[in-house]
Design a protein around this ligand. Structure first.
Ligand SMILES: Nc1ncnc2c1ncn2[C@@H]1O[C@H](COP(=O)(O)OP(=O)(O)OP(=O)(O)O)[C@@H](O)[C@H]1O
Ligand SMILES: [Mg+2]
Length: 274
């Protein structure tokens, strides 16, 4: 059974394309569902995808604490993170270690580059934004901008080296980070980190495989959504699971009871639900 949606009687719900987040006063209960999106459209569900993403994020948050503090408090359930609620900086910080050639092949660049985008409202695409615009509009001071850029590059280099050490095919090509200010004003890494939804890898252990499949059928975000056949879904599952196993180094064990009921039970046991 795939986890498509949740409906918890707690906090204020924010439904993203993939995650259902429940905002409490100082925490967020973030549930990663099995929903898959491409070209900013939700296209269905992929078995175990939520668990894989959630556990990968939790792993990377643990591994990168020496670079920057992050929002993770605990993992009460395989699909759920409880995180500190922070003041998000309304940017997506994209880091690229490779760029695409016109023939669609990838070229490694000597120094990874940081390209921020705006965080667009639902239904709109994120837009590139320059350092000058970010500072000029008061989103960040120059010092804050430089600090974020430096941290993003440190995180990316760490992720790139770790994935590369597991096999060249797993190497991160690019990824996206989000940052916030904590209650003390310090920079905090939020959202997700180095998942196959937020990153691309050399061997396409990510959504690129699905994007290509969709494009071949004439879909790139507009018009009728092609029905994704079971074999494409299970191929995508195995790609996500292989990335998990390579990075974490343990066998991926799918939760037998992949249901909202289980999540509620785990949240109740952890004291978040009555
Ligand atoms: N620790 C945090 N504190 C406050 N807000 C956070 C934190 N972590 C993530 N967020 C924000 O929570 C929101 C929910 O994230 P989510 O990614 O599920 O939805 P979205 O970004 O609105 O849509 P999309 O599915 O396109 O990513 C985002 O706006 C994200 O920036
Ligand atoms: Mg998001």
């Amino acid at each position: 059974m795939n986890l498509e949606k949740t409906n918890l009687d707690i906090g204020k719900k924010h439904e993203g394309k993939v995650r259902d987040s429940y905002f409490l006063e100082d925490k967020i209960i973030m549930i990663t569902t099995d929903r898959i999106s491409a070209f900013d459209v939700v296209l269905g569900t992929i078995p175990c995808k939520g668990q894989i993403l959630n556990q990968l994020s939790a792993f990377w948050f643990g591994e990168t604490e020496h670079i920057i503090q992050n929002h993770l408090i605990e993992v009460p359930d395989p699909n759920t993170l409880v995180v500190k609620r922070c003041n998000p900086i309304p940017l997506e910080i994209i880091v690229r270690g490779h760029i695409r050639r016109p023939d669609n092949s990838w070229k490694e660049i000597e120094t990874p580059i940081v390209t921020p985008t705006t965080k667009a409202a639902k239904g709109f695409h994120d837009q590139p934004i320059t350092k000058e615009e970010i500072i000029g509009t008061g989103v960040l001071t120059e010092k804050e901008y430089e600090e974020i850029k430096y941290k993003a590059l440190e995180l990316f280099n760490f992720g790139k080296n770790l994935t590369l050490s597991k096999g060249e095919e797993f190497t991160l090509l690019d990824t996206k980070y989000e940052f916030a200010r904590g209650a003390d004003g310090k920079l905090v890494l939020i959202d997700e980190i180095h998942t196959p939804d937020s990153s691309r890898t050399k061997g396409q252990y990510d959504k690129e495989f699905l994007r290509t499949w969709l494009k071949e059928r004439g879909y790139s975000g507009n018009g009728a959504i092609p029905e994704i056949p079971e074999d494409v879904k299970s191929e995508l599952f195995s790609r996500y699971a292989r990335f998990y196993e390579a990075v974490i180094g343990t066998k991926f064990v799918p939760e037998k009871d992949n249901s909202e009921k289980r999540i509620k039970r785990n949240l109740r046991n952890a004291g978040y639900l009555r």
